[in-house]
Design a protein around this ligand. Structure first.
Ligand SMILES: *Cc1c(COP(=O)(O)O)cnc(C)c1O
Length: 394
């Protein structure tokens, strides 16, 4: 049977792999040789599950959104990742990777962050484990994301500014890679989404797969069946989506809907709609779809939501797009902001702006009355308050 999971070389169809400089080979190879073995150890599983339960607060509820459902004439469930400790799904992965790092004998963690959400999730688990943490962040992003910089510092992390290039995420990534090359023995690099060289996309997808594992039994309790008609998630790099789709990838009767950020519109030159605009290329060690100029220079993405502002997409999603297993929808800033506010008014839940994109699909996509539509509510909107204030002049 055709599978939409990664093969043992880390390929999803033609996408994925590990396109890395030779200097990085030993680091990735150590991880590749060990990650499945370690994840299969009963003691690893036990510790991971215990922390997800007692520290993260899992299982997160699967909530039937009655007023939202009535408005759109279909059955809408929200998977409440916004209720995870730190306010989003990212911590599922950082818990998994810190345990992985410990098993590999690493006593130092590095990460890169753009908006700061992954940096905060990483600093959080390093504090939990008493492990040294260095987060690379572009100098411009440090200025733009002051509250998250403060959070990381309070949690005991060192935030190192990336001073080269555009002084944003990609420059921070370059600095983190340089650090890892120089410290291959004691350091683990925690990547925050289903991106990067093999085995990261598959490893991160597995750590996030707890989302769809829970949806299955929760939906069985509520609807008498494990499979929804559709599962919907926003896609930046694609980790919350990968987690929500994971146990449904090879169940063809479950529709997969991926929502990307159209920014000011996909034809405006200011967007992050990678599937619509991307071409095959290599970014951060992975062959995937990415936004680039005709001569292969990476295009600067734009979205009102910092977490969707990535010029590539994980290889799983590139494959879901080109194979047509997934349906890809792009949502503008304006439509996302309205959908976010609508959820506040209809359900008393303030969503992250990333998540608000997924909530905005109902104007573009019609569902039947009996359809069960599960939307992954990837995060809460507290971090986005200033954006909401500025946009709606609150
Ligand atoms: C970081 C983030 C995203 C985007 O990242 P993915 O890897 O695509 O999931 C989406 N939602 C929230 C709340 C985030 O913090």
């Amino acid at each position: 049977m055709k599978s939409y999971h990664a093969n043992e070389k880390g390929y999803y169809g033609e996408f994925g792999g590990a396109f890395i400089p030779e200097m990085l080979y030993p680091n990735c190879e150590e991880l590749r040789q060990n990650y499945l073995k370690i994840m299969a150890e009963p003691s690893f599983k036990e510790e991971f599950d215990q922390l997800l339960k007692d520290y993260v607060g899992r299982p997160t509820p699967l909530y039937f959104a009655e007023r939202l459902s009535n408005k759109y004439g279909t059955k809408i469930y929200l998977k409440r990742e916004d209720l995870c400790h730190t306010g989003a799904h990212k911590v599922n992965n950082t818990i998994g990777q810190i345990l992985m790092a410990k098993r590999l004998g690493k006593n130092r963690i590095i990460a890169e962050t753009g908006a700061g959400q992954h940096g905060v999730a990483t600093a959080t688990v390093c504090a939990l484990m008493g492990i040294e943490c260095v987060v690379y962040m572009g100098e411009i992003d440090i200025a733009r994301q002051a509250p998250n910089v403060a959070r990381m510092k309070m949690l005991g992390a060192e935030v190192r500014p990336a001073l080269s290039g555009s002084r944003t995420l990609k420059d921070a990534t370059n600095e983190a890679i340089r650090d890892w090359i120089n410290n291959p023995v004691d350091t683990h690099y925690i990547i925050g989404s289903v991106v990067g060289p093999h085995p990261y996309p598959d490893m991160v997808a597995r750590f996030q797969s707890v989302i769809s594992e829970e949806i299955k039994w929760q939906l069985k309790e509520k609807e008498g069946r494990e499979n929804p008609d559709y599962v919907v998630a926003c896609v930046g790099g694609g980790s919350n989506a990968a987690g929500a789709y994971y146990h449904y990838l090879d169940e063809p009767e479950v529709g997969i809907i991926a929502v990307e950020a159209a920014g000011k519109g996909i034809d405006t030159g200011e967007s992050a709609a990678t599937s619509a605009l991307g071409k095959v290329g290599i970014i951060h060690g992975s062959k995937t779809l990415l936004m680039q100029t005709p001569d292969g220079q990476i295009t600067e993405p734009y979205s009102i939501s910092a977490g969707l502002d990535y010029p590539g997409v994980g290889p799983m999603h590139a494959h879901l797009f080109t194979s047509k297993r997934g349906e890809f929808i792009s949502i503008t800033d304006d439509d996302a902001m309205q959908a976010g506010l609508e959820l506040c008014k209809l359900e008393g839940i303030i969503p992250a702006i990333e998540t608000s994109h997924a909530l905005a699909i109902f104007d573009q996509k019609q569902f039947k009355k009996d359809d069960v539509v599960v939307i992954n509510l990837s995060g809460r909107g507290d971090k986005d308050l200033q954006n909401f204030i500025d946009y709606f002049k609150l």
